[in-house]
Design a protein around this ligand. Structure first.
Ligand SMILES: NC(=O)c1ccc[n+]([C@@H]2O[C@H](COP(=O)([O-])OP(=O)(O)OC[C@H]3O[C@@H](n4cnc5c(N)ncnc54)[C@H](OP(=O)(O)O)[C@@H]3O)[C@@H](O)[C@H]2O)c1
Length: 250
């Protein structure tokens, strides 16, 4: 086995972060689950110097929800600048950030604009990095189905969708962090590409929810206009293994 590494997971108590911490431990490495509730705050800088001492890599999967573009951009931009500056001071070899497939084409959506600010802060930091852009998580489908539901009908954009399980995302992040920095981006998507409509239908069927699902090319993605391929990788990508059916069964 390769030498044991120490990897700090910023957002290590969240959905992806907790799975990344477990994955690191399962493959024989030391993982630090960092989050503001345990005194390590990427936005204010609290606790970063101590947490990063002796670390080989950082995986940033922190998150915040707001509908205000400036608030989200400030959170992701400031946090990324704080982290990469502290990493350089501590001699950390590699910064890995989790972003979203096609984020640069979806910046009319305030959250995507914030994620783009994160990518720009990381890429211009001078720290060695890899940005992993994932598609939407299986775990996010319920939120999406709810967001597009009105008057008993779920009306979604007429586009392709290729969601990925959080466990597959965590595994890909760990592999990236243990490898060499790309100083660029990697795309990551689930094993099945199908229409957004059919995957929402499959999800609702499994939940015993018979609400009709319809697709309409005029519907946007939370403020961003979308076309057929807007949420799926356009070129090469790393493919996750867990299908929606397997995930629902588990
Ligand atoms: N949802 C999707 O489909 C999707 C797709 C692609 C990429 N992503 C990206 O995936 C990432 C992770 O999402 P998730 O669902 O795992 O998030 P999550 O479950 O909401 O977890 C967020 C984590 O961030 C921590 N955190 C928040 N503010 C922090 C701060 N200032 N300093 C340190 N830690 C902080 C939280 O812990 P505390 O509360 O203790 O601070 C928590 O551990 C996000 O960046 C998101 O953009 C999401």
């Amino acid at each position: 086995m390769s030498k044991m590494k120490r990897v700090v997971v910023i957002g290590g108590t969240g959905l992806i972060g907790s799975k990344a911490v477990k994955r690191l431990q399962d493959v024989g490495h030391e993982a630090v689950a960092a989050s503001s509730r345990n005194g390590i705050n990427a936005y204010t800088g609290e606790g970063l110097e101590a947490a990063l001492t002796g670390a080989d890599a950082v995986i940033d999967v922190s998150n915040m929800m707001s509908f205000d573009k400036d608030v989200i951009s400030d959170f992701f931009g400031t946090s990324s600048r704080n982290l990469t500056t502290a990493e350089q001071a501590a001699g950390v070899r590699h910064h890995v950030a989790l972003s979203i497939v096609n984020v640069d084409k979806l910046a009319a959506n305030p959250y995507m604009a914030g994620k783009l600010a994160q990518e720009e802060a990381v890429a211009s930091s001078g720290q060695a990095y890899t940005i992993v852009r994932a598609t939407q998580f299986h775990e996010f489908i319920e939120t999406l189905a709810g967001a597009y539901a009105a008057d008993g009908v779920v009306k979604v954009p007429d586009i392709d969708f290729q969601p990925i399980a959080a466990r597959d995302v965590a595994a890909a992040l760990v592999e990236a962090a243990l490898g060499e920095p790309k100083n660029g981006t990697l795309d990551l998507a689930g094993p099945e590409r199908a229409s957004f409509e059919s995957l929402i239908r499959a999800f609702l069927d499994a939940k015993g929810d018979g609400s009709p699902v319809t697709a309409d090319a005029g519907i946007d993605y939370f403020g961003a206009p979308v076309a057929r391929g807007s949420l799926v990788p356009g070129g090469e990508y790393i493919k996750g293994q867990i299908t929606i059916a397997q995930w629902l069964k588990a």
